[in-house]
Structures are given as structure tokens and as C-alpha cells.
Design a binder for this molecule. Structure first.
Ligand code: ZN
Length: 321
């Protein structure tokens, strides 16, 4: 343990000008652990588990690297692994959200759809950051008496920041392009908790009422929201790099080309839908009555029914609006 502590202190030095603020020299915790394992082997010390090293680094007040989105600081596992501590509240939430997501996909009916929504930032474009909001829409289609599940990707590309204003404007536009009336059996929306804002929830409540379609918003456990959208973004970024090997990315058009060349993808530029732009909204306040719930069910009559964990226990009526 003493060797591990001193290894950590060497690899997370005190930053100049700050007292007691240590930073990893690695971009991700996965890189850190790879380096640790090599060093432990060559120094003939036993290899401790990743969670042991990370836990110890927390005790030494070292934070998660700034760019590491791929390791959950609560359970030290990556989004696609199940968490190692089975009894903690966080692990129970991770498991219940993920298994309900899989349950919905496996039992999807032809009059229902599952939509995962997420943002990504493209840093390649010269001088500007581009954001893509992606909807990964999975439907069940009947062909020759068999039911097939198909996922189609819709990319909305623009220069705006991730916000309720952007999300809702895109939804307003998407409603004019996509035949949602075929999903009277329900729309199941999944996203990370960054989308769990009162204004967005209120938007979907109104939508369920006006479109006469039940809508359910589910939220993945914190740090475990990486899903089909992330895979899709990986493909878009890979294409972007390949298509612009010898030149800089200078326009949205180039990003649109990369996005469109990914299989099953439809792309929209923000300039096409800015007439659907809604007014900017005040910063959301997160109340306990929002944060506690991971499943929000909006009925066609305007009722709001919540569950703390998706698919578990009884619905509670939420009168937050
Ligand atoms: Zn976790």
C-alpha cells in the first residue's frame, strides 16, 4: 500500500502555485491504471485492483482527470460494465436503469418507439465548437410475419450550446418531419440526467397531451448514460477524421457530410430549423422532486406519474408543474 501511495504521488504531482491540489498526469483513469500495472510488475509489487488505486487516490485528494468521461467516479467502472459494489445505492440504480432499458427494447411493440437522445461536441472545426444533438430511434417493424428492431439516427448540427432551448427547438422541428402519430402505444425517451430539467419535462408533458401519445422519459444513472448515441458519435468522428486527413475542418457542411455517410443516419443543419427556435429559458433549478425520479410518465390527459427507479414499484403522482 505504501508503494501504491508513493506511486500515486509521483504520478499526480502538486500543480505549481497550488497547495495540496494534485492532478493526474494522465488524461484518463484507464491510462493511469495501465501505467500503474506495468510499473507494479517491473517493481515486483502485487497488482491491486483499479478501484483500490482510484479509492486511494481519492483519499489523497486527487480528482478524476478533466477529460475522463468514461469512468464513473462512484463505482470506477466504465458505462458498459456493471458496477463492482453490488449493494450500494448507486449500483442498484445503475443496474435497474440499464435492465429496464434492455427490457423495453426486447419487448418493443410496432406502435411504440425508444428514443435515446444525447449531445456531443465536435472540436475539429476551425475557431468554433459544433454540437450535435442525436436521436437514436428504435422501432419494431414487421416483415414476413417476423418482428425486426431497427435503429435510425437523426443528427441535428449547429453552433449552439447544450440547452433546453436547443433541445426543445430540435424537438419542435423533428415533430414536423417524423410521423409520431404511428406510436400511440407510447414513446420511451432515454437520456442522461443533464436532460432532467423541469422545463424539458414540462415540454414532454405538454407534447403527450397535444399529440395524444403517452410519453415516458427515463434517465440513465449518473455517469452511466453512454449508449447507442455515443457509439454513433464515435462513427461520425471517425468519418470526419478520415474524410479530412490532409485538411482542417472549416465548415458545418464537412461535418454534415461525415454524419450523412454513417449508415441509417439522417442529418439536419441548424439553419434549417431555426424558425422553430423557442425563446431562451432561465437556468433550471434542480429540486428534490425532480432529482429523485428516474422514470417520468406523461399521460395523454396531462397527468405526471413518477418512479424513483425505472420499472420498479408503484407510480407516484408528481405535482411539480
Ligand atoms: Zn457508477
Amino acid at each position: 500500500m505504501k508503494w501504491v501511495s508513493s506511486w500515486i504521488e509521483v504520478h499526480a504531482p502538486v500543480r505549481s502555485g497550488t497547495i495540496n491540489k494534485r492532478r493526474w498526469i494522465f488524461g484518463t483513469l484507464a491510462d493511469m491504471y495501465e501505467c500503474y500495472k506495468k510499473d507494479a510488475v517491473s517493481a515486483h509489487f502485487p497488482i491491486r485492483s483499479k478501484s483500490f488505486v482510484i479509492n486511494l487516490s481519492y483519499k489523497l485528494k486527487i480528482k478524476v482527470p478533466k477529460y475522463d468521461r468514461y469512468v464513473c467516479p462512484k463505482c470506477f467502472s466504465s458505462p458498459h460494465q456493471s458496477p463492482p459494489q453490488i449493494d450500494s445505492e448507486h449500483s442498484i440504480l445503475v443496474n435497474s436503469q440499464y435492465s429496464w432499458y434492455i427490457h423495453l427494447l426486447n419487448n418493443l411493440q410496432p406502435n411504440q418507439c425508444v428514443i435515446v437522445q444525447d449531445y456531443t461536441t465536435i472540436h475539429e472545426e476551425l475557431n468554433k465548437k459544433t454540437r450535435i444533438l442525436n436521436f437514436a430511434v428504435t422501432t419494431a417493424e414487421t416483415r414476413e410475419n417476423s418482428v425486426y428492431k431497427v435503429t435510425r439516427y437523426y443528427d441535428f448540427i449547429g453552433h449552439l450550446k447544450q440547452s433546453s432551448q436547443y433541445t426543445q427547438s430540435v424537438w419542435n422541428y423533428f415533430l414536423t418531419k417524423y410521423h409520431f402519430s404511428q406510436f400511440k402505444g407510447g414513446i420511451y425517451i432515454w437520456s442522461d440526467t443533464a436532460f432532467r430539467k423541469k422545463s424539458d419535462l414540462s415540454y414532454f408533458r405538454t407534447l403527450a397531451k397535444t399529440e395524444k401519445i403517452p410519453i415516458t422519459c427515463n434517465f440513465f444513472a449518473p455517469y452511466h448514460g453512454h449508449s447507442s448515441c455515443d457509439q454513433h458519435f464515435g462513427h461520425v468522428k471517425q468519418k470526419l477524421r478520415r474524410q479530412n486527413l490532409n485538411s482542417r475542418v472549416t465548415s458545418l457542411e464537412q461535418i454534415r457530410e461525415s454524419s450523412e455517410s454513417v449508415k441509417n443516419t439522417t442529418t439536419f443543419l441548424f439553419s434549417n430549423f431555426n424558425e422553430h427556435l423557442i425563446e431562451a429559458q432561465p437556468k433550471p433549478r434542480f429540486s428534490e422532486r425532480v432529482k429523485r425520479f428516474h422514470e417520468w410518465n406523461f399521460t395523454t390527459e396531462g397527468k405526471v406519474l413518477c418512479k424513483e427507479r425505472s420499472g420498479e414499484g408503484e407510480y407516484k403522482e408528481n405535482n411539480i408543474f
